[in-house]
Design a protein around this ligand. Structure first.
Ligand code: NAP
Length: 292
């Protein structure tokens, strides 16, 4: 199967090191079944997605690698992201984790490599990422789930500033302060759980529903467009082909200023999916060990 000749309508952001990153990609968290992951990613690539967001801990890097090879798409057209899990935080272990990730993905470089969590030997792991970046094996490096203070700490102690911070960002947890901080320091904000994983009756939110009628779009498309119009990269996940296409087709309309202001007012200001300030949650995360 080959999607090489497909015309793609995509918007891009330029990272602080000059690398071009698509504003919309496909996330593969919670698609652990190998065949299912290959099927979904193939559908996503066929729809036009070129950014793929995986992680060692999603246990599907191998399936991602196979779907990519099967697509026939030139590797240089793709933007592949993966992440180091907590158990591999540290200089030596992050370097070996990176090698294993590349092997599983059947590629010889990553477009973006992220520290998955702000826990463990973060400084050691960041030294490893800086080295991988300088050696050209990764085109950009960044972090996930870092607070403003953790970002400031990292930036104060290293030469290379993270190019991306990937955090939970959606209608109910809008990350307005984080977005301001990222703008000031030229760090790209990337939204995980752009639909809050459907929690809190996300898709039935009354403002999303009203605007979906006004713009003749689905609530999912309005939710994604509102994020990309704010300059935030989105990586929605779905296992359904029609939703995969629906989510991809969210860049070809614009939400008016007054409607954006109304969406902005839906902010609950606290994470819906994962609260990294909750000590019990952190202890649970740090205790999870995987064969990766
Ligand atoms: P999400 O994208 O907010 O939500 C996925 C949920 O929405 C699924 O239940 C999906 O159901 C449903 N859905 C998707 N499109 C829909 C549509 N058009 N209409 C109705 N329902 C729809 O949640 P997420 O998967 O947690 O986040 C996205 C990506 O972010 C992940 O896949 C992963 O790559 C990344 N992520 C990163 C971190 C991190 O710590 N760095 C944490 C979590 C996630 P179906 O699948 O049944 O369609």
């Amino acid at each position: 199967m080959s999607y090489v000749s497909k015309q793609i309508n995509m918007e891009y952001t330029i990272l602080n090191n000059g690398v071009r990153m698509p504003m919309l990609g496909f996330g593969v968290y919670q698609i652990e079944n190998i065949d299912e992951c290959r099927r979904c990613l193939s559908a996503a690539l066929e729809s036009g997605y070129r950014l793929i967001d995986t992680a060692a801990v999603y246990l599907n890097e191998e399936a991602v690698g196979k779907a990519v090879i099967n697509s026939g798409i030139d590797r240089r057209e793709l933007f592949i992201t993966s992440k180091v899990w907590i158990q591999d935080m540290g200089y030596d272990s992050a370097l070996s984790a990176f090698d294993r990730t590349l092997r599983r993905l059947s590629t010889d470089y990553l477009d973006l490599y992220l520290l998955h969590m702000p826990f463990g030997d973060v400084f050691g792991a960041w030294r490893a990422l800086e080295e991988l970046y300088r050696s050209g094996r990764v085109r950009a490096i960044g972090v996930c789930n870092f607070s403003k203070a953790r970002l400031a700490d990292l930036m104060s102690h290293f030469d290379i500033r993270p190019m991306v911070n990937q955090v939970e960002t959606n209608l109910f947890c809008q990350q307005k302060d984080m977005l301001g901080f990222c703008h000031r320091h030229d760090i790209q904000l990337e939204a995980w759980a752009p639909f809050a994983e459907g929690l809190n009756d996300f898709f039935n939110n009354t403002v999303l529903r009203r605007l979906s009628l006004k713009y003749n779009r689905t609530p999912a498309q309005v939710a994604l467009r509102w994020l990309t119009q704010r300059g935030i990269v989105v990586i929605p996940k779905s296992v359904h082909n029609d939703r995969i296409t629906e989510n991809f087709n969210s860049l070809d309309f614009n939400i008016d200023y007054e409607d954006i202001a109304e969406l902005d007012m839906q902010d609950g200001q606290i994470p819906v999916v994962g609260n990294f300030e909750d000590p019990d949650f952190v202890i649970d995360l740090c205790g999870r060990k995987y064969d990766i």
